[in-house]
Each structure stands twice: as structure tokens, then as C-alpha cells.
Design a protein around this ligand. Structure first.
Ligand code: ZN
Length: 106
């Protein structure tokens, strides 16, 4: 499963870039540069780590668009990442209900 290429948040479209060895080079698994509308995720870590990291970066994007200027702190984003990742993955019926009707499926 590959990282998606872009994500729309509010009226902004962020590009998602899979970058090998990002963590080794920057000590971060993911980064977001709002000014460049660019989300970067290390493509060499295990898939679940990529998925959780993308969710984390999306929380920063959502914060930038919908909470600005009261953006989430790094700690808040970290905790929400963990909570959302667990709840969405461990409750497939809830996740399907929330996403029901998207992309033509119900
Ligand atoms: Zn962060």
C-alpha cells in the first residue's frame, strides 16, 4: 500500500511526498510545511508507522486550516494521533459508519 499523493484540507490541497530515510536524515518520521502545502512521510518505516504518521501530519494540516491561530501543540497532535489511530482501526463498524456514503459506497 502506497502513500496517497495528496490530501484536501479545507480549500487547500497538500501534496504528500514519500521520502526514503527521512527519519535518518532529519530525526522526524513525518513533516509538514504549510507554506509549501507539503506533507512528507518516511517511506522506509513499517506501513502502520507510515499510516499513523500521516494521520499525525493531517492533524497538523487540519489544525492549520481550522484551528488557526490556536493550533494544536505537538503533544496534543501526538496524543490525538494515537487515540484516533487506535479507535478507527479497532472499530471498523464505527469507521465505516463515519465514512459511509463516501466514494459511492454505503
Ligand atoms: Zn507533529
Amino acid at each position: 500500500m502506497e502513500l496517497p499523493k495528496q490530501v484536501k484540507v479545507g480549500g487547500l490541497i497538500y501534496e504528500i511526498l514519500a521520502q526514503p530515510d527521512l527519519m535518518r536524515e532529519t530525526d522526524h518520521i513525518g513533516t509538514t510545511k504549510h507554506a509549501n502545502l507539503l506533507v512528507t512521510v518516511d517511506a522506509t518505516v513499517p506501513l502502520q508507522v507510515q499510516q499513523s504518521t500521516l494521520l499525525h501530519e493531517l492533524l497538523h494540516c487540519i489544525s492549520n486550516v481550522y484551528l488557526n491561530p490556536d493550533n494544536l501543540t505537538e503533544e496534543q497532535a501526538y496524543h490525538l494521533e494515537g487515540g484516533l489511530f487506535q479507535v478507527l482501526r479497532d472499530n471498523s463498524e464505527v469507521t465505516a459508519f463515519i465514512l459511509g456514503g463516501m466514494n459511492g459506497s454505503q
